[in-house]
Design a protein around this ligand. Sequence first.
Ligand code: PNS
Length: 170
Amino acid sequence: MTTAVYPGSFDPIHEGHLDVIKRAQMIFDKVVVGVLDNTAKSCLFTAAERAQMVRDSLGPESDVVVAHFSGLAVEFAISQGAAVIVRGLRAVSDLDSEFQMALMNRRLEPRVHTVFLTTSFANVYLSSSLIKDVCAHGGGVQGLVPAPVEVALRQRLERPGPRPRAEEEG
Ligand code: PNS
């Protein structure tokens, strides 16, 4: 049985992340999403909220395990019985930092291997930061994030609804 962990901030989860989770499920017997608790980044949502949004986005039928963790990702992987860390790659620009992280993780824990999965072309431009920025300025994020996340984002950013797009304006 091969277990893979997919660690991240998920602030919040978006369609690109879900794409990576689905691809990981095709390869590994068990997938554990690890939501980083003590991230140095200031998050819009708490770790518990981010983890719940991942669960809500996956739905009740999903057998993906969602947990939050603090400390090193490799320690989280070992605690879950995983020999694999999955990370998503959107573009070549991601590779620099991801490569650095993978090599550091290998140095920290040689039993854990990093596997990169590419997101589908439709999702390559997505990032949680961009989505939050668009939403904070009243832009629509429908289709970029799962429905429960869209609601949570709007509530947190106190915007009643997306502004109509230019072509929809009268
Ligand atoms: O979604 P993100 O913010 O790109 O995820 C980054 C994450 C959570 C994978 C990375 O920051 C991480 O693994 N943090 C846990 C602490 C750790 O293991 N640091 C050493 C990584 S080389």
